[in-house]
Every structure is written in structure tokens, then in C-alpha cells.
Design a protein around this ligand. Sequence first.
Ligand code: NAD
Length: 469
Amino acid sequence: MRQSLMTIDGEAVGGDDSFEIINPATGAPVGRAPQCSPAQLDAAMNAAQRAFTTWRQDAAARREALHRAATVVRKSAQELGPLFTEEQGRPLFASIGEITYSADWLDYYADLEMPDESVVTYPDRTLEISRRPVGVVGAMTPWNAPILLAMWKIAPALAAGNTVVLKPSPFTPLTTLALGRILADTLPPGVLNVLSGLEPLGRDLVAHPTPRKISFTGSVPTGKLVAAAAAQDLKLITLELGGNDAAILLDDVDIDAVLEPLFFSAFANTGQICEATKRVYVPRRLYGKVLDALADRARAARVGNGLEPGVELGPLTTPFQRDHIEELVEDARAAGATIAVGGRRLPGDGYFFEPTVVGDIEDGTRLVDEEQFGPALPVIPYTDLDEAISRANRSPYGLGGSVWTKDLDRARAVARRLDTGRVRINTAGQIPPPEAPFGGVKWSGIGVENGPWGLAAFTELHVTEIANP
Ligand code: NAD
């Protein structure tokens, strides 16, 4: 069985203890990951602190190292893709795609200039304003897109001159650990440390006195714990949390034209995407047609082991997530909703749940109000567009949303009224590109990742005031 190793100070490190990682498509073990001990956490923090003193000093060396790292990550995609699918469940093409695309962040940030130093001059004094790295960054990632989301942190943090201690989710640590080993040949020791472990490792990482910044992607409840723990030590935080994105279809929508992107906006990665469509609002006149079209598409979806060619939707990544989806669907059924298609877990040892479309459901039902993060989509009729917009906004979440119509002016007007970090018009969207800010409002997060804003988030402003001679 695969025994993965952590990376601490450039070295491959095992643990006194280890834990098992399960293939969600089969229920069989994929491998074991080390349980990082408190002493190993200290060692990683010390290594990152030591490496920071040199890494922060030479921007040209950092650029070169990040470009080299991008090449290495791209080259690793074919080899690591199957491991990614075995621990996370998604189709192989999507695993390889995520690893390959994640390398773009390393190239992008290698070339991005830190916002220029600015100088303010008065007759008697001059103020020089610059940005500097914060120091050691503690980074935590979820299980739904472990490599991309790690790279959204690693690339800008390292480019700005920080060093990183990264901890992937204990459900999917293997590909990230493998990447840590691959990058250990490219980055100086201590610059990127990759640890694995069950809780309380994440908690201990946030509470550790060394990191000055915590960059966290995960659920709202854990995000709140992270914010509270970081506050004890006044650490900087970026939180990328959950969402409950509404898709609003307008009355002129071409259902046939939007069906495929609308379906995948909700079901790609088996619904386990923070910015997936999690509820659909449809003009009452079109409701039956849209419900049937989505149900037909879900019925036709090829569900299976992501290693098999042609599979569109894999299993849920964890048994808890499968149980959560089942619970929300049962709750909707009990409330009188119609299960247009799906609604049941699939037999066997994998964590599969049928692609499910639910009608006759309203706001106030858990499947509509909560983040399901899985393949069960509620479709809700509306009579008045203002009402649909206010229902979309009546949520503690504010990550994304989408508008579907032939009329781009109307779409933009609706988009402007949605209280979210992003809105997509007539598209399921690709993975958000490195250049654009990504983040949510309300409970969906604090701060953004990516673009120059994502780089600035790993820096602090520094002012030097000088008396003019
Ligand atoms: P989670 O909150 O359970 O775990 C996220 C990470 O935090 C994991 O590495 C976990 O081990 C760690 N962790 C657990 N307890 C901790 C603690 N007390 N202190 C510090 N770290 C701790 O989230 P998940 O279930 O892995 O991921 C799914 C969630 O992530 C969904 O809500 C999804 O919407 C969200 N997400 C958000 C984005 C975004 O960019 N906004 C992207 C992907 C996923």
C-alpha cells in the first residue's frame, strides 16, 4: 500500500503514526498518510521561519524557482492524475486538468510585479511606502479541489517572499503530499513544508505562534473556528468558505442552449464545488420544461469510477458527504418535494449518490437554504423577478451566482443586484483564471485570492518616513 511522506525542511518525513485514505469509488484503501506530531509541526514551522530570512531577499531567484516549479508540476500531471482520482473520486481527465492548470498560478505569480513602491514627498519629509512579506503562512485546503486550491495559496505566498506550511484535508492528502515531494527538488529547503494529519493538526497549525497569516479554504463552521483562533494571536486571515449559489433563469432563456452548462454548473465534480449552482430559480411558465430537461440530463449522466473512460460524475468524496446529501433529499421528500430523478444512494461500497433533481420545493427547505455540496439540485419556480433576486440574496452565503438569458443588458442588471463575490452569465464557467479575484461576501469568506489582490493579501504595508536634508 502506498505510504506517503510529508515534506519538512526539504526532507521526506514519515510519522510514528499514520492514517488510511479510502478510494471513494470502491471503499478500498488507497494508501496511508503520516500523522504529523506536535514536534514535527514545530520542526516545519522552524524550517519555514529559517528559510524565510533568505527566501524573502531575492525576488529574481524566487521568479526563477517558481517558473521551474510550474514546469515540474505540469510534468507531474499525468503521473499524479490517477492518484488524485483514487483519493478524490472525480474523472481522470478532470484530475489531470486540475494539476496541469494549477501550474499556471506559479507562472502567473512568478511574473507578477509586486505593486510598486510609492513615494510621497512633503517640503520637510519624504514617505516611502512599500510592501513586504508577512513571514510564515499557514495554509489549509479542503478535499474537493486539493491541488488547485493549494496552488492559489502557495504561488502568491511564495512569490511575495513568504514561506508556507501547508496542510491538506485528511480525506485527500496523498496528491498534495506527492506534490510536496516533487517540489522539494525545485524549491530551497523549508520554503514549502507539507504536513498531513487528522485533527487537531489544523487547529494546532492555526494556534502555532510562528505563522503570521492563515490562508484557509473550507467550510463556514471551520472557517469561524479558524477566525476565532487566529484572533487570539491577531494573525492575518484569508477565508474562502462555502456558498449557496443561485442560478436565475429569465423568461426569455433558451432552455436547449443553456441546458448543458447549467447542468454542469451544478453537477461537475459531483456538485462538490464551492461555486456550484446549488439552487435554480425558474419563471413559473418555464418551470415544468426546465425541471424535465434537467432531470433528463441527470438521468443520462454517466456515473462511475473516475478511472473508467467516459465517466462524467464520480462518487462523493466522503461517506459523510454522501450521508449529508441523503439526509437533505429525505428532508425535502418529507416536506412534500417531488424527486424528479435520482434520490437514492447507489448500492456497493463506493460513496455514490444518484444525480438528483428536486421539484415542488420552496425556500425554507434545508435543500434550498443550506449548502448541499453534492449532486442534488432543487428547482424552484418564481413569478416575479424581483422576488427571485431577493430570494437569491436571502442567504447568509454570498459566494457566486448566475443569470441565464438571451438579453445581456437584463442579465447585467440582475448580476449587479446579486450580493455575491462573482456572477456568471450564461456560463458554468471554467476554473476561475489566475488574473481575476476570487472570493465571497457575507459568510462565504473574508478577502480574496488570485490576481494582484491575492498577492497583496500575502504582504503588509511598510512606511519609512525620512526628514529631507
Ligand atoms: P472543512 O472546513 O471541513 O475542512 C477544511 C480544512 O480545514 C481541512 O484541511 C481540515 O482538515 C481543516 N480543519 C478542520 N478542522 C480545523 C480546525 N479546527 N482548524 C483549522 N483547520 C481545520 O471543509 P471541507 O469539508 O474539507 O470542504 C468543503 C467546504 O469547503 C465547502 O463548504 C465548500 O464550499 C468549501 N470550499 C470553499 C472554496 C472557496 O474558494 N470559497 C473552495 C472549495 C471549497
